[in-house]
Design a protein around this ligand. Structure first.
Ligand code: FES
Length: 152
């Protein structure tokens, strides 16, 4: 199994409490309004690299919404990560535009490092991939991706 991304929050890491507090502070700075749900997700994910259960619960608590509603909303946005990113993984969009632009060839180029993701809402740049640090790349060719994979 690939190693988790080193910069992503890990509950058992020595800096876990500090990083969670950083995410809490970022979310707490937002107004307590339902329309702040997506900004709260983005703030927490920016601080942690993904949205662990603790972050979902804090967002729900801050916005005074049920955890189930907050979690369900998070699952609807493909740009939100509910799993810890893997070191060295390449996330290849397999939405319709990217599929038509050749995402299958990118998955083959990335080999065991490829992970499939849904539309990233950057369809004009298809095919789209992002790396384990959420750096997005558009109009990627199989040769480009193979070179990136080999460089790591
Ligand atoms: S289908 Fe890939 S970004 Fe939309």
């Amino acid at each position: 199994m690939p190693a988790p991304h080193l910069d992503a929050y890990a509950p058992d890491a020595p800096d876990a409490a500090e990083r969670l507090q950083s995410a809490r502070d970022a979310v707490a700075a937002l107004p307590v309004r339902r329309d702040q749900l997506l900004p709260a997700f983005q703030a927490a994910q920016h601080a942690l690299g993904w949205l662990p259960r603790e972050a979902i619960e804090h967002v729900a608590s801050h916005l005074r919404l049920p955890v189930s509603e907050v979690y369900a909303t998070a699952t609807a946005y493909s740009e939100l990560r509910l799993e810890r990113p893997e070191a060295g993984a390449w996330y290849v969009c397999t939405g319709v535009a990217c599929d038509l632009a050749g995402s299958d060839a990118l998955i083959e180029a990335a080999g065991t490092h490829a992970r499939r993701i849904d539309c990233q809402f950057l369809c004009a740049l298809a095919p789209v991939v992002h790396d384990d640090a959420e750096r997005l790349y558009g109009r990627v060719t199989p040769d480009d991706l193979r070179a990136q994979v080999d460089a790591r």
